[in-house]
Design a protein around this ligand. Structure first.
Ligand code: NAD
Ligand code: UDP
Ligand code: UDP
Length: 313
């Protein structure tokens, strides 16, 4: 297959490129390098089966491909709130352009959606049939609502024009190649621990997330793209189901690194969801997918990667 990966120079996108090339596909990356980096794909740049194009998905583009993975969008709150209007444009116009492309060349398209469509959920754990509890005018809305409109567009291109769509609702994912300074919790804690700094806990540290290791997540995305059935267009949650508080995450990281970590409290950001856990029954039943990597194994690999990049040296 000839596969287009938007956001392919980012954290998840670069791992997806590795996997797709390993499976024997040809890969084209479109990325504006807003939060991504050529470092993430430097090892691929000389290959005949790999192309990088610096391009903003807000602008239309003509290409011939068989599959599209639409991942372009900043994912860390500090980055998506830096220019919120641009975040909405990236999600909405990016999806529109990729859907127009998919329709023209009859490509299958997978959208990287997010657990943020459930926002601060009143149903726990979150099943795909839950519509979510989103503040439409808050500081996180540019991301949440942008992703919700993107999914709306996918469903409407599917119903109206028969475009072959897949929607992955990705829950918090971490691993090697998260950008230094990215601002998300796992990379923040690891950077602080490696530099011997105090760990910043927002709020009382009792709010929860489930952390999925990147290899597991990528395997889920590829399985979803390959899944063929009458219900293949329906959204599927992909995420780990082990729910942890941020305090528990600090403890786990301290154990992995073999050191006692000291913490300090910072104000909880506005609209920060209090708890999150995916119901992954669909992913298991339809895709035969289950995460394999424990948080301890995953943190160890991630710490090693941050060390290798010189953090704390
Ligand atoms: P990331 O910030 O590392 O990657 C995003 C990539 O998109 C970057 O390379 C960035 O330069 C690129 N990009 C941003 N705006 C663009 C634009 N207008 N045009 C072209 N490229 C653009 O983040 P990530 O964690 O790899 O996330 C990838 C995708 O997965 C995003 O769509 C994100 O919303 C989604 N997602 C990630 C997580 C997670 O926990 N990592 C969870 C849910 C959803
Ligand atoms: N588009 C694109 N590449 C293509 C085909 C379409 O970027 O190969 C863009 C197109 O410019 C438009 C969007 O995708 O902005 C939606 O295209 P569609 O054909 O669905 O709608 P229309 O062009 O009629 O608005
Ligand atoms: N968080 C924290 N300290 C940090 C960064 C984040 O306590 O240095 C918290 C944040 O308030 C949230 C959780 O960790 O409750 C996950 O935050 P992240 O930005 O990684 O992801 P999201 O909120 O988008 O799920």
């Amino acid at each position: 297959m000839r596969v287009l990966v938007t956001g392919g120079a980012g954290f998840l996108g670069s791992h997806l490129c590795d996997r797709l090339l390993g499976d024997g596909h040809q890969v084209i990356v479109l990325d504006s390098l807003f939060t991504g980096s050529k470092d993430n794909i430097a090892h691929l740049l000389g290959r005949n089966d790999f192309e990088f194009v610096r391009h903003d998905v807000v602008q239309p583009i003509l290409l011939e491909v068989d599959w599209i993975f639409n991942l372009a969008c900043p994912a860390s709150p500090i980055h998506y709130q830096y220019n919120p209007v641009k975040t909405v444009k990236t999600s909405v116009m990016g999806a529109l352009n990729m859907l127009g492309l998919a329709k023209r060349v009859k490509a299958r398209i997978l959208q990287a959606s997010t657990s943020e469509v459930y926002s601060d959920p009143q149903v726990h754990p979150q099943t795909e049939t839950y519509w979510g509890h989103v503040n439409p005018i808050g500081v996180r809305s540019c991301y949440d609502e942008g992703k919700r409109v993107a999914a709306t567009l996918l469903m409407d291109y599917h119903r109206q024009s028969g475009v072959d769509i897949r929607i992955a609702r990705i829950f918090n994912t971490y691993g090697p190649r998260m950008a230094v300074g990215d601002g998300r919790v796992v990379s923040n804690f690891i950077e602080q621990a490696l530099r011997g700094e105090t760990i910043t806990i927002y709020g009382d540290g009792e709010h929860t997330r489930c952390f999925c290791y990147v290899d597991d997540l990528i395997d889920g995305l590829v399985r979803l793209m390959n899944y063929e059935a009458d219900n293949a267009h329906e959204p599927i949650n992909i995420g780990n189901t082990r729910e942890q508080s941020m305090n528990e995450l600090v403890t786990a990281l301290g154990e992995v690194m073999g050191k006692t970590l000291t913490t300090e409290r910072r104000p909880l950001p506005k609209d920060d969801p209090t708890r999150r856990r995916p119901d992954t029954t669909r992913a298991t039943e339809r895709l035969g997918w289950k995460p394999k990597v424990t948080i301890e194994e995953g943190l160890e690999k991630t710490v090693e990667d941050f060390r290798r990049r010189g953090v704390g040296a």
